[in-house]
Design a protein around this ligand. Structure first.
Ligand code: FAD
Ligand code: SF4
Length: 550
């Protein structure tokens, strides 16, 4: 992993683009725009860690939130409740590379239906399902760019796979015990399992090292650079152009606009906590589906009293998380799932919504170790309702650690108008800026889809011969990992925040590209699509800038 080649722009300079956030989308945009010849400054709230600083310290990463999201969050289920502070309500990383650094790296493409499902299934009562203004075919070349430039392992031809213009650059990761059990059981049940596409290199690619099977993967940075974070794959390329500066520890609090309503720069707290202004010809927000909405709402002014880019009132609305289910199982023989990347086999037999199920929803499943870190396993080794102390519990901790596998379901999350990110009226962070207030209750169909997948998870364990099966009961979501939909893309400025170029309808030189741009949630694993959108946005913004239209 090459680091530290960036240019340093004087604070007095006006650069072509300021990108706020260096995560899945911001990292791709930094590479694309600097490679296209533009002067780019990326302001990133978190620090920049060197590969050797990614430690295998479960307590620090999972319990002390070492690289995790830092903004305090309050939560309520409906708009008429008072939101209460909630720890770990939002999962993410504040670090150069964003949440792409520590994510699990499941990398499913969305499929054509994800882009026009409203037209196909019609209105869903209680939801604001909408078609995207772009199609799978518009995005396909950019999915392929993600495969090859960011680095995705997999095997073309999985069940129901849509058209792809190139094969994967590297083969699937070697199958793990969970993959073997899952594949056998799924075939027994008549399903169609296939090798999981993963943003993890199985072989050397673009000068990067393949996976070393360390096992501290989900929730951790990869010290080998085998996980295809933007820190490993994009940011070094951006810096080598000599036109991109990554400025870590810079927390942006406001986008500044002039009397004409054009963005002129961003105000941020630097490493020493001093307020600074970085001016630019255009601004791009890539802070994630919660923080981008927060920053827009914090950027209100006389000209934009409802918050920037928010004349429609849509900023922060339609928050989506992706639903999920989880069934752990214990097997007779050791599986040793604590090694290697999490997932090697998936099945997407339930991808399409099927009215015969009696509700809307689609999804897929995988098998993985999931909770196999010592402390987490200690906290999970007892099934819900069982004693987590005493001799039986100790035996279960010892026996189960090598013999556990979890079957996970991942599914649609409907956009619901009331589900939102807004500014908490009372709670603030250490700098006095408003906390994120989440209003969220899963749509009933989302909960039904999760229960449906929970049953499929039990079936897999039964068909695979598990000795003990431990389903986690489905309840309404109490936290979010995938933060999506809060500045949705659309052609109509009354119902969306950005157009198909990711340009804010209200501000001609403000662009928004990250999880917030998504119109629907897919069936889980949104990051492949977030990166594909960022590659596409890079092309569109470059064209606009070269034509003098920014
Ligand atoms: C534990 C975990 C596992 C996951 N596993 C998967 C998976 O297997 N598959 C999948 O598809 N997705 C997964 N995800 C989700 C995935 O990480 C996100 O969807 C993706 O990273 C979102 O991209 P983004 O560009 O929207 O935001 P991010 O990648 O989160 O980047 C946003 C960046 O903006 C910075 N920022 C925010 N506010 C400011 C500010 N005011 N000033 C300056 N900088 C700011 C943040 O520090 C961050 O670096 C996982 C997430 C987590 C937490
Ligand atoms: S399991 Fe592989 S990809 Fe994941 S952190 Fe370890 S070496 Fe990196």
């Amino acid at each position: 992993m090459t680091q530290g080649y960036g240019v340093t722009y004087p604070l007095s300079s006006i650069v072509d683009f300021v990108i706020v956030g260096s995560g899945a989308a911001g990292g791709v945009l930094a590479k694309e725009l600097s490679s296209a010849g533009f002067a780019v400054v990326v302001l990133e709230r978190g620090p920049r860690l060197r590969p050797e600083e990614f430690e295998h310290d479960e307590y620090k990463y999972f319990f002390q939130n070492h690289i995790g999201a830092k903004t305090p969050v309050t939560w309520r289920e409906t708009p008429n409740q008072v939101a209460k502070p909630r720890e770990n309500a939002i999962w993410g990383a504040h670090i150069v590379g964003g949440s792409s650094v520590h994510f699990t790296a499941n990398f499913w493409r969305f499929r054509p239906i994800d882009f026009n499902e409203r037209s196909v299934v019609g209105d869903i009562p209680g939801a604001a399902l909408a078609d995207w203004p772009i199609t799978y075919d518009d995005l396909e070349p950019y999915y392929t760019k993600v495969d090859w430039h960011v680095g995705v392992s997999g095997e073309a031809g999985g069940w129901g796979e849509p058209r792809r213009s190139r094969p994967y650059p590297v083969p699937p990761l070697p199958v793990k015990s969970s993959g073997v059990l899952f594949e056998r059981a799924a075939r027994k049940l008549g399903w169609h399992p296939f090798p999981a596409p993963m943003a993890i290199l199985s072989r050397a690619h673009n000068g990067r090292t393949p996976c070393q099977n360390c096992g501290f993967c989900q929730g951790y940075g990869c010290e080998f650079g085998a996980k295809s974070s933007t820190l490993a794959s994009m940011i070094p390329v951006a810096e080598r152009t000599g036109r991109c500066e990554i400025r870590p520890n810079c927390y942006v609090r406001k986008v500044q606009v002039d009397a004409r309503g054009r963005a002129t720069g961003v105000i941020y707290f630097d490493r020493q906590g001093r307020e600074q202004l970085q001016r630019a010809r255009a601004i791009i927000l890539s802070c994630n589906g919660a923080e981008t909405a927060r920053l827009l709402l914090m950027s209100k002014s006389n000209r934009f009293p409802q918050g920037l880019a928010n004349s429609s009132g849509m900023v922060g609305q339609h928050l989506m998380f992706n639903g999920g289910s989880m069934v752990a199982g214990i097997y007779e023989h050791p599986l040793n799932e604590y090694k290697g990347a999490q997932v090697t086999r998936i099945a997407l037999d339930w991808f399409d919504s099927d009215s015969r199920r009696g509700f809307y929803g689609g999804g897929g499943m995988d098998a993985r170790g999931d909770i196999l870190l010592p402390i987490l396993w200690g906290m999970s080794a007892a099934a819900p309702g069982e004693r987590n102390w005493g001799a039986d519990y100790k035996a279960s901790v010892e026996y189960g650690f090598t013999r556990q596998m979890t079957v996970m379901g991942h599914c649609t999350s409907l956009p619901v108008a009331d589900n939102s990110v807004s500014l908490d009226p009372t709670l603030t962070d250490a700098r006095g800026l408003p906390a994120i207030r989440i209003t969220y209750r899963d749509h009933e169909d989302d909960l039904k889809m999760m229960r449906f997948l929970l049953e499929r998870g039990k079936e897999i364990h039964a068909a695979a011969g598990a000795q003990k099966v431990m389903p986690v009961p489905i309840t309404v979501s109490a936290s979010g990992v995938h933060l999506l939909g809060t500045c949705r893309m659309g052609n109509d400025p009354r119902t969306s925040v950005v157009d198909t170029n990711h340009r804010a309808h209200d501000v001609p030189n403000l662009f928004i590209c990250d999880g917030s741009s998504l119109v629907t949630s897919g069936r889980g694993q949104p990051t492949m699509t977030i990166m594909a959108l960022a590659f596409r946005a890079g092309d569109r913004i470059t064209d606009l800038a070269r034509r003098g239209e920014v």
